[in-house]
Ligand binder design. Sequence first.
Ligand SMILES: [Zn+2]
Ligand SMILES: [Zn+2]
Ligand SMILES: [Zn+2]
Length: 316
Amino acid sequence: MENELRKDYFLDRRVIIAVGRGKRPSDFKRDPAPEEDGKTCFFCPGNEEMTPAEISRVEEDGHWVIRVFPNKYPAVTTEEEEGSDELMPAYGYHEIVVENPAHSKSVSDLSIERISHVLSVYNERVEHMLSDPRVRYALVFKNHGRKAGASLSHTHTQIISTPVVPRLVKEEAEAVERYKTLNGSCPLCDAWKKEVGGPRKVWEDYHMAVFTPYASRSPMEAWIVPKRHVHDLGDLSDEERHSMASAFKLLLEKLRDGLNDPPYNLYFHVNPRGADLHLHVELLPRLSNWAGFELGSEIIINTMAPEDAAEFYRPE
Ligand SMILES: [Zn+2]
Ligand SMILES: [Zn+2]
Ligand SMILES: [Zn+2]
C-alpha cells in the first residue's frame, strides 16, 4: 500500500495516510499513567461546595451519580459588562458534567445504562442553552488525559455554548447542502451505509453505525453515527440512545485495554438551527502531534491507515 491523499466524505478536508511509516495499533500503546499527586479533587463527593452552585444532579440510593455545575473558570459568560458596545462579548454558558462519583473510574468503566443516562443529561443542558436566543451553538466535548487538555483527572465532560456557529460546524452544514444538491442524499447517511459494508467498519446494530472514517485525521479516529437521519441527541429514542452508549463503551474499552488508556478528545456535532446536519460523534485519540505542515496547510499526516484502526476496535 502506498501513501494516499484522501478527502473527507463531505468537507474539503484532506489527509495523507502515510502508511509507508508502517505503524501498527500496538505502536501507540503508551506507558501506564503516572500516579496521582494526591491533591484535593473538586469533583469528588464531599467536595461539592468547592464547585460553583450545582445546576442539576441524578441520584441513586441517596447519593449523586451524575452532577452538573458551571465551570469555575468559564470561557464564556452570561454576565454582561457595562460600556462594551463595540466588542462582541464571549457570551454563553460553560458547564461541567461529572459522569460518575468515583475518582478513578472513567466512562469506559460505566454501565451502558449509566452512559445512556449521561447522554440524556448532555441533551438537557444543550436544550437549555439553545433556549437562550443569543446562543447559536452548544458543543459537548470531552478531554480525557492531560495531553488531551484535561486539567483534572476525575472524568468529566464540558459543554460550551457560543454566540456564533463555529466554523467547522458551519462548513459541515454548508457541505451537506452542496452534497444534497449534487446527490440528492445526506452525506452521513451515505457514509455509514457504505462503511458498514467495508474494511473500516467497527460495529453496528439496528440503530447505530461505528466506523473509522476514510480520511481519518489521527491514528484510531472513530465516528459514531445514528442510522436514522436525526439532528440532535433529543431526537434519539431510548433504544437508539442505548445503542449509542454501547458504541461509546466498545470504543473506550478498546482504548483502555488495548493502548493503556491514551488521551483522547471527543465531541458531538449536533445540527445548528435551521440546517440539516446529521448528528454524529467524532472520537480523536491524541496519538500524534500536529505540527508546521498541519497548521500551515490544514492537510494532516496520519501515520496509521483507518482500515488497521477498525481492525483494532472491532469486537472479537
Ligand atoms: Zn475526584
Ligand atoms: Zn443523514
Ligand atoms: Zn463533524
